[in-house]
Each structure stands twice: as C-alpha cells, then as structure tokens.
Design a protein. Sequence first.
Length: 361
Amino acid sequence: MGYRAINFSAGPSTLPEEVLKKAAAEMLNYEGTGESVMEMSHRSAEFQKIIDDAEQNLRDLMNIPDDYYVLFLQGGGTLQFSMVPINLLTNSKKADYIITGNWAKKAYEEAQKFGDIRALASSADKNFSYIPKFKKEDIREDVDYVYVCYNNTIYGTHYNEVPDVGDHLLVADMSSCVLSEEIDVTKFGLIYAGAQKNVAPAGVTIVIVRKDLVGHAPENTPIYLDYAIHAKKGSMYNTPPCYSIYMAGEVFKYLKSIGGVKEMHERDVRKAGKLYDYLDHSEMFTPTVAKEDRSLMNVTFVTGDPELDKKFVAGARERGMLNLAGHRTTGGMRASIYNAMPEEGVDALIAYMKEFEDENK
Ligand SMILES: *Cc1c(COP(=O)(O)O)cnc(C)c1O
C-alpha cells in the first residue's frame, strides 16, 4: 500500500495489486508477442489461449459442471435484466422475482416487458435492510424461473443460504459476490455477474447457464441477445471485451494461487467479521442490516447524524480511504470490501473509526 489509496468503491472497485503489477509488466509486450493484449487480434492463437484459460480457471474455481456454459458477454449486469427473461421465459412465460433492492427491482421491471412477472417477496418496507422470506409453496406452480439478487450491493444484504425454490429453476445475479464463497452451481439454472465488482475492470459479464436452457429464445430475438449464439461461438460471435477478459483471467489465476475460493472466503469472513464486530460494539456507528443477512462484500453503517456521516467520509478521504459514502438512495456509509481489499485496508478503516469516535463524542 502506501502510494495506493485504500479504495472502498462499490464498483468499479479495487483489484489485486499483484494482478495490476503483472498487467503493467505485460502492457507493452505480452509474453514475447510484441503486442499489448489491448492491441491483439481476438482471432489470434494467443488470445484464444487467454479466453480458454480464463474459462477453465473459472470452471476450476467454481466447480462448474460440463453441462453448463460459461459465457463472457458485454452489456454489464444490466443487459442480463433483459437477456434472462428473453431466453428463459419459454414455457408459461411466468417468473417470480424477489425484490431485495434497486438491482432486483430493475430486473423485475425489465422482465415485465417479456412475460407475466410477479413479485414473490420484497423487503421494501424496511428500506431493503433484510432478505425477505418466502415459502416455496407460494411460488406459482408453472413459473419458468425464480429470480434473486444474491448480494445487494447498495444495501449490504446477502443470501446466507441458497433460497429453497423446490423444483423450480433458480436464477441469481451474483455481480457483487461471485468468487467470495463456495457455491453449488447445480442449484442454479443461471448465474450471472458483471465483472467490475469482484473480478475485473468493467466491460465483461460472466454468464453461467445450464446448457439445456439455451436455444429456446423466440425467433424474433435480436441475435446478440440470444445466449445460443454466444455459446456456439465460444463468446466470440463478435469482438469480445478482450482486455477485461484477460484481466478476469489473471484474477482467476491469482485466486487459484492463494488457494481458491475456500481460502478467499476465509479471508473475506475475517475482514468483514472485524468490521461488523467493531460496528456492533461502537457507540457511534450502527450497522444498517439484519445480522443474519449481512454481506461480506458491502458493509453499510450510519452514525444517525447525516452531518457527522459527511464529516466521517471527508476525513477518510484525507487519509487516503476513498468512496466510503453510501449509495445516493441510502445515505450513511458503505465500505465495499471485495476480495481484492487487503486486510490492512479494513484495519486502517477501523483505526480511523476509533479515532473519529473519540474525537466526536
Ligand atoms: C452493479 C450491479 C449491477 C449493474 O451492473 P452494470 O454492469 O452496471 O450494468 C447489477 N446487479 C448488481 C448486484 C450490481 O451490483
């Protein structure tokens, strides 16, 4: 650290320093090719190896079975709000959504354009500070899928167990928690994640989808919005976001080198644990989320006084701790402590919080 700020941004967010250094060293001449990955043909053997290795390493890290495609797409998490219903509303054209915040709500609203979409449960009554429960019997019997946002980036809530949807197909937006915990992929029909929270620079979105679900989009589906074309062409129907895929691949290699998702999760639990522990004992700061639904990635808290919140955020910035203001819809503070946030970053934040608390009693 030192010359690098401690960046608590919710996304785009901090990346592992080791990966940034390797990318910098390879910037002008990637593995003796004389080219940057930015300049390389996506049809070259070198790039084919980059994308193949990225896919294989992600499969290894997440234990993704062979009957799932791994796709590297564009359009961010947001395009999946449309692609999911277009591709998966193929029988009853019904789906049930759980509304746990802004991103889930946007997905729900977009899906309305394509079928009979219902909100099965919502935590809007308490400003999305908890994960709402539902009974699997309450799911409409013939839905094509049930949709959840697994980690709610803005509010700091997270599904601490896979929701029980019985025999129904489960779809999850894991944009802000992918690779922070071991996940049984087989419990999901489709998982997607925009890269710029926990994986790579913005530009690539990972879609993990069971193969039998692909290829049933309506005939008038724009070709680019059909998973089938991307699956058939190995995510290279057109020019892919080459550099973001390369960076994602480097992050996957890095994760493997430290011991995979299991080790990463232990580190994330330790980091978030320290911060929540401090918050639970603080007389000034209060965590905003129900204990059982807390996110390891986005930690939200308030002082109860918006002026004091502002002072805290400004003081943090002076100390090289960036982007601690909460989302514009929630106020307060949010510390995004994704995989790439080193433990020392969390320690520095806690030290500053103690100091701030003493000075502003
Ligand atoms: C950031 C985010 C999105 C939107 O991602 P874009 O890439 O900006 O479209 C969707 N879902 C979740 C959970 C997010 O955190």
